[in-house]
Design a protein around this ligand. Structure first.
Ligand code: FEO
Ligand code: CA
Ligand code: CA
Ligand code: CA
Length: 646
């Protein structure tokens, strides 16, 4: 979800990331003192900054970028656009059949029964996997898609705008919305160069807001995880607000619960949970009205149900009968994504962001190496290991602080009675460790070619001058920035499990010359600047593809995809490749290993002020009379074949 832009639907803004970390660590005076008390060249953000300008060549078509596609121009439009020389197709959209026997999509009759068999709403994270575990992608593949949230006003007729719709939502509509959440597994086939749902799928599956899931790891079974319906504390119905995600080396999906707080409401009966609820932004009257219809979302009845959301969920797409597992060892925050890298000794490292103003960047390192030969070894690898939170220093170094019960201040004295407490209240544990409050961490992802790790920081208009620090160098950061973490070791063999790393800034977003502090490669064009980086992907050459969420429509800029080199003379020279339809953000993105296709998830088309089912701001992608906008997965290929964007 987008957060701060005034032109967005007021209810959408209400649903999102209000800052709930009141005590950011460093003050401006501390930072200034730190910066000027050190010898040598300026370090940290202001200096480390935005490398790549030195040695840049004179701008040409694309300047020194290795990406040669003709750049799009910034514009707002009802439909989407891609750079010349490429083709785009809708792969699957909200309401399309997923399970055999699914009814044909009827926008005037969206029911729970139909949604349980159809592609869900607001696709966000997507992954395209080989058709068999450990195999390769040829003419077949498996698509995973998250379904993050629902736009009640665009899903059902007669609801009015966003705020009105959520106020008048009925119990039956809430049931349908629960079914439109979760995720989808869809087998794909490539016919005449075009990816589409396979004719005879064996693995297709819908995961919803009521799918039974198990809970594993240190918080499983803890009294704070128990409810009147689940005395075990280890069995939950559904996952909610799954935003971004990742994959594991053993072929499973990691899908991440983000703004779970918006589904819970009512007066809190159990005051022991009050501080925790406050820190996660759970309030009596949330944006959604689900708690009025579904007892378990009413805090006065089930004060612990919210503790069972906000986790990373592991799903095996190759076993349609498998039960999704909430892996509590990875912490409970508003998880954006969970992407993996491999340490030199074979341990698996998961990078994660907590998408809230002034919240943190996390990392989990498994206790044991993964085993490419033995699935059983990997099955519960994510239940044991060390979760850490990032602290960025002004001297260009950073450390990973372990969130381990009994270590440092994470003790009884501070209210942490066990590792379960540390995990259920991950944010408070990180506060106590004095992690660095960031400008809304979204995707955190390692470049598979260079091993550098990129942190998308989407924006933070609430950061005041007194609160800026080296890694978050701008007050009122409307446009966000990208931090680059450099693990020790040589390219291709960096130690992602190391306790200390270095960092710098890759870019500061916004329009150069207009937005204070905006900085990219100096050859970045008037079209190539971006706002609000959210998700990212890397192609086989290690180039970064950045998806945005929150572009300033008032400046005539839509959300889109921007590609850039991460090294060499074209470093940080972002170029506009794809532009989203009205009201939509771009999620995914996912690039096939041979660079032959870029899959995008186009989320919340038509989510604009005043937009309704009857009169939406766009009817993308169908543009048929009476058809509302439909979130959809799009695939982009190069006309005539070859690497996308080359
Ligand atoms: Fe759902 Fe952090 O974007
Ligand atoms: Ca976002
Ligand atoms: Ca988003
Ligand atoms: Ca996101």
């Amino acid at each position: 979800m987008n957060t701060y832009h005034a032109e967005r639907d007021a209810m959408t803004i209400e649903l999102e990331d209000i800052g709930s970390n009141p005590a950011p660590r460093a003050t401006i005076s501390e930072i200034i003192e730190a910066r000027f008390s050190r010898r040598g060249p300026l370090l940290g953000a202001l200096a480390a900054g935005v490398a790549g300008t030195a040695g840049a060549q004179v701008p040409m078509q694309g300047g020194p970028s290795t990406l040669t596609f003709p750049e799009l121009s910034h514009q707002l439009a009802q439909t989407d656009a891609v750079a010349e020389g490429h083709e785009k197709h809708v792969v699957i959209r909200w309401g399309d059949p997923v399970l055999p026997g699914a009814p044909e999509f009827d926008p005037r009759n969206v029911t729970a029964a139909a949604q349980a068999m159809q592609f869900g709403y607001n696709n966000d994270y997507i992954a395209v996997l080989p058709p068999e575990r450990g195999g390769t992608i040829g003419a077949r593949a498996i698509l995973w898609a998250n379904h993050e949230y629902t736009n009640t006003n665009l899903m059902f007729p007669g609801m009015g705008t966003g705020r009105e719709a959520r106020a008048r939502v009925t119990a039956a509509q809430v049931e349908a919305e629960l079914m439109a959440h979760g995720g989808s597994i869809v087998e794909l086939e490539r016919v005449d160069g075009r990816w589409k749902p396979a004719a005879a799928p064996r693995l297709n599956r819908r995961i919803t807001g009521v799918t039974p899931m198990t809970v594993s790891g240190p918080a499983a079974g803890h009294p704070r995880m128990r409810t009147s319906e689940d005395a075990s504390g280890a069995r939950v119905l559904g996952m909610l607000n799954n935003c971004a995600g990742g994959t594991t080396p053993w072929g499973t999906i990691l899908t991440c619960e983000e703004n779970f707080n918006v589904y819970f409401g009512g007066e809190l009966a159990n005051s022991a949970q009050a501080e925790s609820h406050r820190r996660y932004g759970i309030v009596a009257s949330p944006g959604y009205g689900w708690h009025r219809h579904v007892a378990r979302f009413d805090r006065s009845r089930e004060p612990n149900e919210a503790n069972r959301f906000g986790w990373v969920v592991e799903i095996d797409p190759y076993d349609p009968a498998s039960t999704p597992i909430k892996r509590t060892a990875l912490g409970r925050v508003k998880h954006e994504g969970a992407t993996h890298a491999i340490a030199p000794d074979g341990r698996v490292v998961i990078y994660m962001g907590d998408d809230e103003r002034f919240d943190y960047v996390y990392r989990f390192v498994t206790a044991r190496p993964w085993d490419p030969q033995d699935l059983a070894v990997n099955r519960d690898l994510l239940d044991e290991g060390v979760l850490s939170v990032a602290r960025f220093e002004a001297d260009g170094t950073m450390r990973w602080l372990p969130l381990v019960h009994g270590q440092g201040p994470l003790t009884e004295a501070n209210g942490f009675h066990s590792q379960a407490d540390v995990l259920i209240e991950t944010r408070r544990a990180a506060d106590v460790l004095e992690a660095t409050p960031m400008d809304r961490p979204e995707d955190v992802e390692a470049n598979p070619v260079t091993g550098m790790v990129y942190v998308m920081l989407t924006n933070n208009a609430s950061r005041t001058p007194e609160r800026v620090d080296a890694a978050n160098p701008r007050a009122r950061n409307d446009h966000g920035h990208v931090v680059e973490i450099i693990p020790p070791g040589a390219e291709g063999r960096r130690d992602h499990a190391a306790e200390s790393m270095r960092w710098s800034l890759f870019l500061r977003a916004g329009k150069p010359g207009l937005d204070a502090g905006a900085a990219y490669h100096r050859a970045t064009s008037d079209q190539g600047w971006l706002s609000c980086p959210d998700n990212c992907a890397f192609d086989s050459k290690g180039r970064i593809w950045i998806a945005t969420d929150g572009a300033p429509a008032a400046a005539g800029v839509a959300d889109g995809i921007y590609a850039a080199d991460t090294a060499g003379p074209g470093r940080a020279l972002t170029r506009l490749f794809y532009q989203a339809p009205a009201g939509a953000e771009v999620c995914g993105p996912f690039i096939l290993p041979d660079d032959s296709a870029l899959f995008l998830a186009i989320q919340h088309p038509g989510e604009e002020p005043g937009s309704t089912f009857e009169n939406p701001s766009t009817r993308w992608p169908d543009f048929a009379e009476g058809m509302p906008p439909r979130p959809a997965v799009v695939v982009i290929t190069r006309a005539g074949g070859g690497a996308v964007g080359s």
